[in-house]
Design a protein around this ligand. Structure first.
Ligand SMILES: [Zn+2]
Length: 763
């Protein structure tokens, strides 16, 4: 540890210490706390953060809450200390705008007339001597909102604070920061979750507050581009009479010494002055610690491509080091949270002055493995028989956990989702183990690309080729954000960077495409969604037919099997939604190209897919025998499936109509779409064939959706209204004929029930 470790822990007793090696000196006398602040630090930017060190006792924990767990960090807020008329002011330096230095533009001159600092509060000055000012801080630490949970009271569902119970437990100092432990008590909000049995007792929170000195020299800003999260600033002085806005990239401070800088620009890999060190919560289950470390370290290769050596690494949180505080906001931290939430998150808390990421606390919820085993079962269960075991092999779970951790760390490095990255390769390439070894399933871990669901039973692939990993885009994106470019001035460096971006952006593996584009969908795979999803559903069918995949011996195993079965239904719905996006959808041929409409031929393929896999609820999935062996109600599940599917199907009418009205040629029409739906759903009526009970559920759901659509206040267009009303009339006509043609019994009864429903539609 490079830092000087002069630590002062002052508890209770009357003490007065003048510290030359800590940020501020501390004096404590009973309740009274004073800080002796060097005048040299007045006016400097400092970052204030609040971390939860202990959450309150609750009898009714809300397992779906994202925040409110140990390890959560809020902030940073930037503050300054400034002496004004014998008082110490704590101020808020505003970084919401950028005024070009030296500009004489009249707009900039007017903008300069606004102040750029607000007052957070004042501290009484007790003494001034030897270039230091001593101030009373106990009242400020106890009562000001910045050192409390008030700014996040809504997220944490907090009621009023009981200030009489607030106490400062501990004040410490390190060379770069002040550390405060504080107990606060809040009443809960009793009614925030409807129907929940809210805890009515107040809850006590232990908070860790850190105030750290920021480097005098701000991080050079970079304009934010698509791969990165950004923050916005108003800017002035462009040829416009009103302010415009600019976006700054969120990124970490990776700096080089002057000597290393020269070596770096010669092409040598060098270590940054302050590498990114991510500390792993020492309470993390030992089972997952190597996976977390591997996931952090996996980003090293991307930084190597950007010219850095050892730029990022994971370390365990020291257990018995009195100089280590997990709420010291110079540390990045990954904490493990007990929760039913099957998720994780990688935030990018940053300084508003430049977008510099700091104090990053990544959260992992303990139920993530439950979701991962369901993903792997549904997506790779057909090709890997071990996926059907109750417990997945250790190495498989390791790879799956790394998939999640690596993605979240990518976010914390500043990277946004890139949902295009999974649409690069063909279904054939994604079944080729050699190809997968070279390229992976797609170009980025920042897509929602999970497991290789295109693989068929009998396909032989390595485990790493069945689960997404860091790809070519991720390495390029780290270069985009972190590579230092040559140049005497920041402007010249930026020009060189832009040239590099232009030169390297011709490769589709480096593309970022977002927005309304069929290729930029989450959870998809390959450049042919119909082919990929056809195989995916065939794999689900295969899984349902494997008796060994559904046996169970105890309640725990039953819950796992039930979860997997339900996830197959979710998967089937997801696959339908993906292909539906192509109807009336659009795509770009490159990130800069204008979007073009999907052609009618591919849309017809989508309709064939829908007819085969979506519009009729699959018997193989809603098999009463399979569902009842898992103590589930197949009919109820099928009803929900039909309702959701028909809703999604009907919702595509609007984009199809929009495409039709756009003037584009070769587009699929709403008339053809409704005809296709009719043929799939009511084909039996034309030649008087019986309708099975699952198909009847689909017909019922379709007619209910038809009713809803006809009564929507604003139908997309007169054309859609006419198409749907013609369909309504056709269904009434055909239902009557079918009922007449069928002998008395189930089929006639079903047709009459549908007819009755159609008669009730008043349009
Ligand atoms: Zn994400």
């Amino acid at each position: 540890m490079k830092r000087l470790l002069f630590l002062l822990l002052l508890l209770g007793c009357a003490t007065a210490i003048r510290a030359q090696h800590t940020l501020f000196g501390i004096e404590r006398d009973g309740e009274a706390i004073r800080w002796s602040i060097p005048d040299s630090l007045l006016g400097r930017d400092m970052a204030l953060t609040v971390s939860i060190l202990q959450a309150p006792a609750r009898t009714t924990p809300d397992y779906t809450k994202k925040y409110g767990h140990r390890g959560d960090l809020f902030g940073p807020v930037v503050v300054r200390f400034r002496k004004v008329n014998g008082e110490m002011w704590v101020t808020d330096p505003l970084y919401d705008r950028h005024l070009p230095a030296g500009s004489d533009d009249p707009i900039v001159r007017i903008a300069r007339l606004r102040g750029d600092e607000r007052l957070y509060g004042t501290l009484p000055v007790c003494a001034e001597a030897d270039g230091r000012t001593t101030v009373d801080v106990d009242a400020w630490l106890k009562t000001n909102p910045l050192t409390s949970l008030s700014p996040v009271a809504f997220e944490l569902q907090l009621g009023s604070e009981d200030a009489s119970l607030t106490r400062i437990e501990d004040v410490s100092a390190l060379p770069h920061c002040m550390l405060i432990r504080k107990r606060m008590t809040y009443a809960p909000l009793p009614f925030i979750t409807p129907g929940s049995q809210a805890d009515t007792h107040p809850g006590e929170w232990l908070l860790g507050i850190c105030l750290s000195l920021l480097p005098e020299q701000p991080l050079p800003v970079r304009p934010s581009g698509k791969p990165y999260f950004g923050i916005r600033q108003q800017t002035f002085g462009l040829p416009a009479s009103s302010p415009t806005s600019r976006s700054l990239m969120k990124r970490w401070r990776l700096e080089l010494t002057p000597a290393d800088s020269a070596r770096y620009l010669r092409g040598e890999r060098v270590e940054p002055v302050n590498p990114i060190v991510v500390y792993v919560d020492r309470h993390t289950p030992a089972r997952w610690i190597p996976c977390i470390k591997a996931s952090v370290n996996a980003w090293q290769e991307a930084f190597e491509q950007a010219g850095f050596k050892n730029a990022i690494r994971a370390e365990m949180e020291p257990a018995n080091d009195p100089t280590f505080f997990n709420y010291d906001n110079s540390h990045a931290y990954i904490s493990w949270k007990m929760s039913g939430e099957t998720n994780a998150y990688g935030p990018t808390p940053c300084l508003a002055r430049t977008g510099e990421v700091m104090a990053c606390h990544i959260g992992i919820f303990s139920s993530v493995p439950d979701l991962l085993q369901r993903w792997y079962f549904a997506q790779c269960g057909a090709t890997d028989s071990t996926a059907r075991q109750i417990e997945l092999p250790r190495e498989t779970m390791d790879e799956l956990m790394k998939l999640v951790f690596t993605h979240e760390i990518g976010h914390s490095l500043g990277l946004e989702h890139n949902f295009f990255a999974s649409s690069l390769y063909s279904p054939e390439q994604l079944r080729d183990n050699d190809f997968l070894s070279r390229h992976g399933m797609g170009s980025s871990i920042m897509d929602y690309m999970r497991c290789n669901f295109i693989l068929r039973p009998g396909d032989r692939t390595d485990l790493r080729n069945r689960i997404a990993r860091i790809g070519e885009y991720d390495r390029w994106a780290i270069e985009y954000g972190y590579r230092i470019f040559p140049g005497e001035t920041p402007e010249e460096q930026e020009r060189n960077r832009q040239e590099w971006i232009e030169r390297t952006s011709t490769d589709p593996a480096h593309w970022f495409i977002g927005g309304n584009d069929v290729q930029a969908q989450s959870e998809d795979l390959s450049n042919d969604h119909v082919a990929a999803n056809t195989q995916a559903v065939e794999n689900l069918k295969y899984l349902c037919a494997q008796p060994a995949a559904w046996t169970w011996n105890n309640l725990k195993e039953l819950r796992i099997r039930q979860g997997r079965y339900r996830y197959l239904i979710t998967t089937l719905r997801m696959r339908t939604d993906q292909v539906l996006q192509h109807l009336g959808g659009q795509r770009k041929a490159s990130p800069e190209a204008l979007p073009a409409r999907e052609n009618a031929a591919y849309n017809r393929k989508v309709m064939n897919y829908l007819q085969r896999y979506a519009l009729t609820p699959p018997q193989w999935l809603f098999d009463p025998q399979l569902a009842s062996s898992l103590q589930l109600d197949a009919q109820a599940l099928a009803q929900t499936y039909c309702r959701e599917t028909m809703q999604a199907v009907m919702n595509r009418l609007a984009p199809i109509d929009k495409a039709q009205s756009s003037g584009a040629t070769d587009v699929y029409t709403s008339e053809e779409y409704v005809d296709g739906l009719h043929e799939a759903l009511f084909g039996e009526w034309a030649d008087a064939r019986p309708v099975d009970s699952l198909k009847f559920e689909a017909q019922l759901a379709f007619i209910r959706q038809l009713d809803t659509q006809l009564h929507k206040n604003k139908l997309t267009s007169a054309r859609v209204a006419a198409t749907l009303s013609n369909e309504w009339l056709r269904l009434k006509r055909e239902a009557r004929t079918y009922a007449r043609r069928m002998p008395a019994g189930k089929d006639r009864g079903q047709a009459l029930e549908l007819l009755n429903l159609l008669e009730q539609v008043t349009y």
